[in-house]
Design a protein around this ligand. Structure first.
Ligand code: BGC
Length: 750
């Protein structure tokens, strides 16, 4: 805007924030703001040239379909995800798109969420690290990201009406950290707020969320846009921190903003701030290209294929049946081998530029391949006996059966959740029939969210979880089954034995328009490991075609630097994902027995060893302290645990941290426990009690002091026979509260 141009009128500004079309922002020549084209994401460009819908229904320009987040997350490969981000940016730029709507970093609270295929993990560190890599790659090309869906949007049922009832500690420790670290480190140009309410307040109207936490605490200086159709009332949304309503144009919103400014209920400065964020978005997005720069579609397909290779997780490989020998007679069974399902349904659905099928690539790579569909993918799911019989015949005549099973197109989608973890019944029957005649059966799974591996798990010689692999998945599966590629993926979500074992089971998808996150921070492995509930496969787990050993764990005194040696102890090349968990002392709030705090993926030749160095941040040792509304490190022992999954910790080291909590001042209202824990009064009280023979353990093993520890001192003193009186305790407290006295007492207690 040049100094001579007249300022925009209130009406003009209101129209800017009330949106333009389905996929663009409003331009204002006099305001120095250009129109920005936005498009879905996240695993490919979904650009609709004509018309518009947010459900993946209309056609979009052809683009590379990379593995959705569920697959990318299983790679645990930050560099790979960054390369995918760069490729997405190149495609967006070639089509004149300024903002790509992703990544989705919502936590997988329940395996049933219909959109889990679009999200990374049940763990915030994995979601945050991989989401950050995606944003870094994308934004390096000048295309802006839209980090979504902020916040606590972890289901599709009633997503536009439900209120997530959740305590602040759970938000801070579990549902916020991926957003927080990406905002702080990568500065995404935009954030998309979610449809739902949080503790009764719409995300779009939630000032605490969008202004307090996002802008004031985390320093976000980009633009907040609404999810498509998330706004009921733009005036309170604007006041809360939503800068742009999508899709537009919403004339009634513009009218309401003008009226609210006129009657004084909305400060015009709020509108000005939103307009200036629109202006800065248009400045920050890379300049429009006069002639579109074509991207290398072949290279992007190769990258999609490489990403698909790393997205697969080998769960079982009895007797080393995999990799297969190309000279074996292979029976490929399952319609999904011929008609791949490679992405989920809804707004993220990409018009893939081409699609590989596993069948065609297995045929190309092996000497003798027979095929039977085994079942039909039509939604009725009744495949008939003839398909099954034909499949059994080819399986029994072959050396090995590779059986592709999984969920069909309609089984999981944006807009609704699943109600079961089971595979279609006809496919479960097929697995039973095939494994009965062919003990050398490899089950290849296709699914966006976790499926049950019961009751057939033990009958399969090998199980390869491929999630949804994007357009290069067919070639990738074939090259992992036959070599030369090998599986390197690890589970970014636990696979439970039963749906009922999942901690959100009784509160998903909630009652009516309310969903209580009653399990708190105990989501996924944080619950399974803490409650010792066995799972079929733990978070972090995955096999390769080789084995690894861990040795020489060294942890610095402050716990921040961790080094460990990893050795490839097998005979093939492989990759290991080294995982570092921290087990914090259980005071003063109960937390998970361990939480992932760092990871790294390393490639090793047979016999090769590598020293892996990992850095832990302060946050790795902190918890959210509700009374002080802040992060705090408690005093105590922290165990650093290293291993290949959340359940298999091979090396451990303990560090003792002094903590950050100031000694609570003692008073007559303090519980007896505070006096017992205090460096000055603790020894005195224990000595006095022992002297009176009252501190000896009772029959049950507890002591009198333990039994009264939660009692406020003031009340204890009222009991007959207590040998001290109020003024004595008050005087003692005054002395004990003096910092030098505490320091000297600590010296003597060492
Ligand atoms: C989805 C968003 C998407 C938007 C635009 C909404 O329904 O929740 O993730 O970006 O539509 O298609």
């Amino acid at each position: 805007m040049s100094p001579s141009t007249p300022p925009l009128s209130t009406r003009e500004k209101a129209e800017l924030v009330a949106g333009s079309g389905f996929w663009s922002t409003v331009a204002s020549e006099s305001g120095g703001i250009r129109s920005i084209v936005v498009a879905d994401g996240p695993h490919g460009l979904r650009l609709q040239r004509a018309g518009g819908d947010h459900l993946g229904l209309g056609t979009a320009v052809p683009a590379t379909c990379f593995p959705p987040a569920t697959g990318l997350a299983s790679s645990w490969n930050v560099g790979l995800v960054e390369r995918v981000g760069v490729a997405l940016g190149e495609e967006a730029r070639a089509e004149g798109v300024g903002v790509l709507l992703g990544p989705g970093v919502n936590i997988k609270r329940s395996p049933l969420c219909g959109r889990n295929f679009e999200y990374f993990s049940e763990d915030p560190l994995v979601s945050g690290e991989l989401g950050a890599a995606w944003v870094r790659g994308l934004q390096s090309t000048g295309v802006g990201a839209s980090l979504k869906h902020f916040a606590a949007n972890n289901q599709e049922t009633n997503r536009m009406t439900a209120s997530t009832e959740v305590d602040e500690r759970t938000l801070r420790e579990l549902y916020f950290p991926a957003f927080e670290s990406i905002v702080k480190r990568e500065k995404p140009l935009t954030v998309m707020c979610s449809y739902n309410r949080i503790n009764g307040v719409w995300a779009a109207e939630n000032r605490w969320l969008l202004t307090g936490v996002l802008r004031e605490e985390w320093g976000f200086d980009g633009l907040v846009m609404s999810d498509w159709g998330a706004i009921d009332r733009m005036v309170p949304a604007l006041a809360a921190g939503t800068d742009l309503e999508m899709p537009g144009p919403q004339r009634d919103s513009a009218d309401a903003i003008v009226a609210a400014i006129a009657d004084g209920s909305l400060d015009e400065a709020v509108l000005d701030a939103a307009v200036s964020r629109l202006r800065s978005l248009s400045d920050r997005v890379g300049p429009p290209v006069a002639v579109p720069e074509p991207y290398d579609a072949e290279a992007h397909h190769d990258l999609a294929r490489a990403a698909a290779v790393e997205s697969m997780v080998l769960l079982r490989n009895e007797g080393g049946i995999l990799p297969l020998s190309p000279t074996e007679r292979i029976a490929v069974i399952g319609q999904l081998a011929r008609t791949p399902r490679f992405q989920g349904a809804g707004s993220s659905q990409v018009n893939a530029s081409r699609v590989d099928s596993a069948l065609e690539h297995l045929r190309a790579g092996a000497a003798e391949v027979t095929f039977e569909p085994g079942y039909s993918l039509d939604p009725v799911g009744n495949s008939g006996q003839s398909l099954l019989r034909a499949a059994v015949a080819v399986a029994s005549a072959a050396d090995v059966a590779v059986l592709f099973v999984g969920l069909g197109e309609g089984a999981e989608s944006e807009g609704y959740d699943r109600t079961t973890l089971e595979l279609p019944a006809d496919q479960v029957a097929l697995i039973a029939a095939i494994t009965a005649v062919q003990p050398r059966t490899v089950v290849v799974l296709t699914n966006g969210g976790v499926v049950s591996l019961e009751p057939w798990h033990d009958s399969a010689a090998a199980i390869l979880e491929t999630w949804l692999l994007g357009q290069g998945g067919g070639a990738a599966v074939a090259s992992v089954l036959l070599g030369p590629e090998f599986p390197t993926g690890r589970l970014a979500e636990s696979i439970p034995f039963r749906l009922q074992d999942n901690p959100s089971y009784l509160n998903f998808p909630g009652d009516g328009d309310e969903v209580r996150y009653a399990e708190g921070v105990f989501v996924g492995y944080r619950y399974y490991e803490s409650a010792e509930v066995p799972v079929r496969y733990p978070f972090g787990f995955g096999l390769g075609y080789t084995t690894f050993g861990y040795s020489d764990l060294v942890v610095s005194r402050d716990g921040r630097d961790v080094a460990v040696t990893v050795t490839n102890t097998g005979e093939r090349r492989g990759a290991e994902v080294v995982q570092v968990y921290v087990s914090a002392p259980a005071v003063p709030v109960r937390g998970p027995v361990r939480e992932l705090r760092a990871f790294d993926k390393v490639w090793l030749e047979p016999g090769e060893s590598r020293r892996v160095n990992l850095r832990l941040t302060d946050r790795a040792f902190s918890h959210w302290d509700s009374p002080s509304s802040d992060w705090i490190i408690e005093r105590g022992d922290y165990e650093i645990q290293v291993g290949p999954s959340s359940h298999d910790l091979l090396l451990r080291e303990t560090v003792t941290l002094a903590g950050q909590r100031a000694q609570k001042p003692l008073s007559l209202d303090s519980p007896v426990s505070d006096f017992l824990e205090h460096p000055v009064t603790g020894p005195l009280f224990r000595k006095a009690a022992a002297g009176r023979n009252k501190d000896g353990p009772t029959e049950g093993g507890t002591s009198v002091l333990d039994m009264v520890s939660s009692m406020p001192m003031r009340r204890l003193l009222r009991f007959p026979g207590v040998p001290v009186v109020a003024w004595q305790v008050r005087a003692l407290s005054t002395v004990a509260n003096l910092r030098p006295v505490r320091a000297i007492a600590r010296l003597f207690s060492r």
